[in-house]
Design a protein around this ligand. Sequence first.
Ligand code: FAD
Length: 367
Amino acid sequence: MAGCAASIALARNGLRVTLIEREATPRHKVCGEFLSGEALEDLQLLGIDVTSLGAVPIHHVRLAAARRAAEAPLPFPAASLTRKALDTALIAEAVAAGVRVERGRSVQALRRTASNVWQATLDDGATFEAATAFLATGKHDLRGHSRPKDPERWVAFKTYYRLAPAQAAELKRASELMLFPGGYGGIQPVEGGIANLCWVVQQRYLARVGYRWENFLAKMQQDCPHLAMRLAGGEPLLAKPISVTHIPYGYIRSTTEDGLYCVGDQAAVIPSFTGDGISIALHTARCAVAAFLAAEPAPLFQAKLRSALRHQVRLAEFAADGLNNSLARAVLPLCLRVWPGVMRVTAKLTRVAQHAAVGPMQLPAEI
Ligand SMILES: Cc1cc2nc3c(=O)[nH]c(=O)nc-3n(C[C@H](O)[C@H](O)[C@H](O)COP(=O)(O)OP(=O)(O)OC[C@H]3O[C@@H](n4cnc5c(N)ncnc54)[C@H](O)[C@@H]3O)c2cc1C
């Protein structure tokens, strides 16, 4: 997401860009696939029309815990779209913008070999050199550029369901957040008449059910009957959920080296329940390109980005701690019934601030 966005913006500014993507074709990624208003704006700037890709508009957020559920309208436009569809469109846009896209090739190492040379070594031994590199490997760390360990050892899962018609009609245009001991999950409609079910859980809670996702799915439904109701009569569409581990929630990169701009999850990781990771990926890519075009050194950019995102990420972490608290789980839906404004305010405060779009500039440089 961030790598595509940065490369499109750079190519449109006349730069020679190579994008290295290890997947040969876009595939499912662990993601709730919620697109916040800010993400929609950034995608529009990139020339991606999510409506034509089949994105489902999302109007409400519904919170369910134990036997209670409450809903509130979202205070901004939002939509949902599978990552497969979105990533396909972004790669196509990058190619159209003139980016040289190397697919099915994995970067093994990225190191500075001279004061203004970054060298990427690929799995087949090939090397690429440039004065500037953008690190956008998302949830996957490159050796030598790792983020800190995730002390809670989160594990995230995603799958798709074709819900029973009555449940699909009830879910309709809502993104539902469900709370249970050890984590939380979300369900929402995506294009093609299906629903995305995504959840995160601390590893020690997964250990209690023998590390088996099917046992945990059953436990989630037991702890949150709302989810059991949604999935009743539904058909799982993947043989098993896809998963990812090591999610350092709350991480914000503070330093980098000259000529290396870190973007997306490599710059900051906000708790998933906010549905704001894609927006941050697009936003950090846009800001990094603006900094590069303005000849702002990468370490200065990274430090400024950290202070700009710190408040939002800390607040989201604070709210995530609340969601994982058993007392909060018991009373939250009740409170929201009498004060749905809480949800609106939380949704607003955990959004990334939008900045002016990057204007076109022509700089003779190679990245
Ligand atoms: C459980 C969960 C639910 C989430 N739900 C939402 C949501 O609903 N809405 C939202 O906005 N955000 C959500 N997020 C966050 C969002 O998915 C990420 O923040 C976002 O994808 C980050 O974008 P990125 O560009 O940094 O990384 P990615 O989109 O993950 O892209 C990284 C790319 O780098 C490639 N790559 C990795 N390593 C290499 C390598 N060595 N060489 C070459 N290529 C490589 C990968 O193949 C991938 O294509 C969720 C996250 C989780 C964990």
